[in-house]
Design a protein. Structure first.
Length: 337
């Protein structure tokens, strides 16, 4: 089996080509700028009106660049592209952005910018180096808050998605060949890949994918009781895992955490005492637990893990911490298929 795995974060997109029977250490890898950073640079160097179309993608730097741009120039966005800024298009319009149809794109004056989370040129780049791009499956990780129901905050809605894995194998927090309607970003990625690829496609959130990948570190792999923590640029997620099943989870905002607070949350997590209220009221997304799980090992991964040094080991599956997310995606594909 041959799998293309792409973990799309805020800072980088990490690419791994998996070939059955080949060591991960000898697999082809790429670490590239994330799409949101690529497109934000395009926006910031543009000195004219913008017409943005394409897919719903991760916001972050790109969204901030567009909101700054509309203060000096006109910005037109198709509905799918505009959901990159916010799923609620009334809020998008409130920034001064004009929503247009796909048919209007070519008729409006201004620089045209097509956006997408999955940049197809990755396939061309691999092919230009002689890499076989006839994959049996493509797996992509992105972070998706989901479209919040009326009266529900983004934080509550995101956590309701994460806690669906409670009591199940961590691999179950993935979607194979379909994505629920309320996950606009993942659905957009799936549709963009489906334009040119008809094989199996797996989508997964970046946090669980990274924790799943960290479990392939040789120091973690054989442990039955694990606390896995992904300290991301925006979010920090911690999972209590027993016999590969999720028995507790919390998610917080990384900028609101220091080492002492994370240690406290981890302790509450493995004691089975952590509550939704204490994390949510502190500005995080929430927490839930169904039991105690004193860890044999605490595994840390993610781009901000250095600030938490000393809490646990720094996982590096296949000897490369940047491949933690892609390796998690590969494990999910192999499990689901």
């Amino acid at each position: 089996m041959r799998i293309l795995a792409v973990d799309i974060g805020v800072g980088t997109q990490d690419v791994l080509v998996y070939e059955e029977g080949k060591e991960i250490e000898n697999s082809y890898k790429l670490v590239l700028p994330s799409p949101t950073r690529m497109f934000s640079r395009e926006v910031r160097k543009t000195k004219e009106d913008l017409v943005i179309y394409g897919d719903t993608m991760g916001g972050g730097p790109f969204s901030r660049a567009v909101i700054d741009h509309v203060k000096k120039y006109k910005v037109y966005m198709t509905e799918d592209a505009a959901r990159t800024i916010r799923d609620n298009l009334k809020i998008v319009k409130g920034y001064g952005i004009e929503i247009i149809s796909d048919d209007e794109v070519e008729n409006i004056r201004g620089k045209k910018l097509r956006i997408s989370d999955f940049v197809g040129s990755i396939i061309g780049l691999l092919s230009s180096f002689g890499v076989d791009t006839s994959f049996d499956a493509i797996a992509i990780a992105v972070q998706d808050h989901g479209i919040s129901p009326e009266g529900t905050t983004d934080r509550e809605n995101r956590f309701s998605l994460i806690k669906k894995g409670l009591g199940k194998k961590i691999e179950s927090l993935s979607y194979l060949n379909h994505v629920p309607e309320n996950l606009s970003r993942m659905r957009s990625v799936l549709h963009s890949v489906r334009r040119w690829y008809d094989g199996d496609v797996l989508l997964m959130d970046t946090g669980p994918a990274a924790i799943l990948g960290s479990m392939e570190d040789e120091r973690v792999r054989d442990k039955s009781s694990i606390i896995g923590v992904n300290v991301g640029n925006g979010h920090t997620i911690g999972m209590s895992i027993s016999e590969r099943k999720v028995i507790g989870v919390f998610e917080h905002h990384t900028h609101l955490l220091d080492k002492k607070k994370l240690e406290y949350l981890i302790k509450r997590l493995y004691e089975g005492k952590i509550t939704f209220k204490e994390v949510f009221e502190d500005g995080g997304h929430g927490a839930v637990s169904i039991g105690e799980n004193v860890p044999e090992i605490i595994s840390l991964t993610g781009p901000k893990r250095e600030k938490m040094k000393g809490i646990g080991i720094f996982s590096a599956p296949g000897g490369d911490t940047m491949m933690t997310g892609p390796i998690g995606l590969i494990k999910a594909v192999l499990d689901r298929l």
